[in-house]
Each structure stands twice: as C-alpha cells, then as structure tokens.
Write a protein that binds this ligand. Structure first.
Ligand code: ZN
Length: 182
C-alpha cells in the first residue's frame, strides 16, 4: 500500500447543523426514505452518505450512542459485520462495484465529522474512479440522485438479507440450508 487514503472525510448532511445526534435521532423519525436510511435492524442501521464519494456510499451505524469500539456488545459486533457485508453484496449487485473501501475515522484528528457516535463507511469503488471524481471537493457532481440510490440499495439489501438468517438470530444455518443458488 503506497498511501493511506480516506475517501470518507466529507460532509454528511445538508442544511444547518443539528444539535442532536443525527445517528440517534434520524432512525426514530419515521422518515427513512427522506433521511436516506436504507435499512433498520435490531441493533444497527444503514444510511446513505448525503455527499457520497461514489453512488452507493453508505454508513453502517449502531443504534446505541457509543463512540468506542471497545464498548460494543458481541451481538452488536455480529450484526454490524452481518449488515456491512450484506450492504457490500447489495451494492455490488445493484451497481456492479469492483471493490470497496470500508473504514472509520476515530476522532477529529483522524477526520471524523461525527466523533461521538460510531459509524462505518462503505464506499464502493471502480477501477479508475479517482480519475474523475474529486475526493475532497465541495462542489461534487453526484453521479445519481440520492432518492434513486436509496431505492436501489434498499431493494437490493432486502433481497440480500432475505437470503440470509436474521442478524444475531439463533437460526443460523437454517435459512442458508433453504437458500437456492441461481
Ligand atoms: Zn448518537
């Protein structure tokens, strides 16, 4: 690896800054499509980045307001990985992405926009995409309207998750046994 690269060091949400924690409040407002929330699980949810690096750029976020990885419970970690891999699969199926950057910034010094509520970025990549999409530009040209992205990712994610067992469930293997490979 030649250099450390962080495509997620960008603004999250439009409009004036909110005083409440958006990762706590947005999932409870019952306006998932408006807030670009593509999935709500028991312990985790997935929300599109408002200023995506690429179409499909989303964040997988714990419901609990926690800042440190170390305080996550096993069930949360399990669901986090489960939802993150499902999101990657969904993005790959919906957009044909060729790779992913998955990562998090801890603390302002590391570039985090929201420092007190954990969130993991999932950024789809295509070979050569850095040639024409600015990483840190303010006036980014979005490749696709976010409501379109929301609907595509949400549908693909539902399909992927339907093929799997419920996150954190105790029925591991049963749904997989029923899974039919096409
Ligand atoms: Zn929060």
């Amino acid at each position: 690896m030649k250099y450390l690269w962080a495509p997620w060091r960008i603004q999250y949400f439009k409009g004036p800054p909110r005083k409440d924690c958006i990762f706590c409040s947005l999932p409870r407002e019952g306006r998932d499509r408006e807030h670009r929330i593509v999935y709500q699980g028991q312990r985790m949810f997935a929300i599109l980045n408002t200023f995506p690096y690429n179409s499909g750029h989303l964040m997988v976020v714990p419901r609990r307001h926690v800042a440190d990885l170390g305080v996550l419970e096993d069930a949360e970690i399990l669901e986090w990985i489960h939802l993150t891999t499902a999101a990657m699969e969904a993005i790959r199926e919906a957009y044909g992405s060729e790779g992913f950057n998955v990562g998090a910034n801890f603390g302002r010094a590391a570039g985090a926009g929201i420092t007190d509520h954990l969130h993991l970025h999932v950024v789809p990549r295509w070979v050569g995409d850095t040639n024409f999409i600015p990483v840190l530009g303010e006036d980014k040209v979005l490749p696709e309207d976010l409501s379109v992205t929301h609907d595509r990712i949400a549908a693909a994610l539902r399909t992927v998750l339907a093929r799997r067992t419920p996150a954190g469930g105790s029925t591991a293997g049963r749904a997989n046994a029923d899974r039919s490979e096409e």
